[in-house]
Write a protein that binds this ligand. Structure first.
Ligand code: ATP
Ligand code: MG
Length: 199
């Protein structure tokens, strides 16, 4: 790089830094956030748990509610429960089978009661509602009731919702929304789910 290019680059970086610093200085508000991680790529639940780990590391009181129980125990549960994280998992395997619809609705409603209690508890500083989006998409849970509980939650409480196809109302209500896009996934190349990576 020529000296002239070097200097131009330096000046551009300096202007960028000033803009970023000004925005950081202007962002002074503190309040509980609603974060949605959606989209069809891999990384939604792991992102949710990544934030839970971050919060637990800072001593925040954190709880997790999982709306779909996989056929294997997920690795995060044992680790985080040992750190005092309250965990609730839907009591039945989610079947994707409409024949079991009534059974699934009851299980969803039951675990939603736990979520509702957590969303009303000012002691809880972060709640992860993993795979909640499907409960709304399948009309197992009422979106208005979920919206109400989230809107009425303690003002400093953070909430993370994960799952594909998040309902519009929640996207609009959220402070931060990230969409994880599928570029490629090992499964499509015939590689089965790997312990410690996929669950
Ligand atoms: P993860 O838990 O790995 O962060 P996720 O929460 O983004 O994944 P889910 O839709 O909840 O994704 O699915 C969980 C499981 O499905 C994981 O084993 C994950 O590797 C796998 N999976 C996620 N996205 C894809 C995809 N696009 N194609 C195939 N398998 C996927
Ligand atoms: Mg997930």
């Amino acid at each position: 790089m020529s000296q002239e290019q070097d200097e131009r680059h330096k000046a551009r970086q300096q202007r960028l830094k000033e803009k970023v610093d000004a925005r950081i200085a202007a962002a002074q508000a503190d309040r509980g956030l609603l974060i949605v991680i959606t989209g069809d790529g891999k990384g939604k639940t792991t992102s949710g748990f990544g934030t839970v780990c971050r919060a637990v590391g800072h001593g925040l009181k954190t709880a997790v509610v999982q709306f779909i129980k996989g056929s294997w125990a997920c690795g995060e549960r044992d680790l985080l429960q040992a750190q005092g994280v309250e965990f609730h998992v839907m009591a039945t395997g989610f079947t994707w089978d409409t024949q079991d619809r009534q059974h699934d609705i009851e299980a969803a409603l039951q675990v939603w009661q736990e979520a509702k209690r957590l969303l009303a508890d000012p002691e809880i500083q972060l709640v992860l509602l993993d795979e909640l989006t499907y409960m709304i998409a399948y009309h197992y849970l009422d979106v208005d009731e979920i919206m109400e509980a989230i809107i009425q939650r303690p003002p400093m409480q953070h909430v993370i919702i994960t799952g594909r196809g998040c309902h519009r109302s929640l996207l609009e209500l959220a402070d931060t929304v990230s969409e994880v896009r599928n570029v490629k996934h090992a499964f499509d190349a015939g590689i089965r789910a790997q312990q410690g990576i996929d669950w």
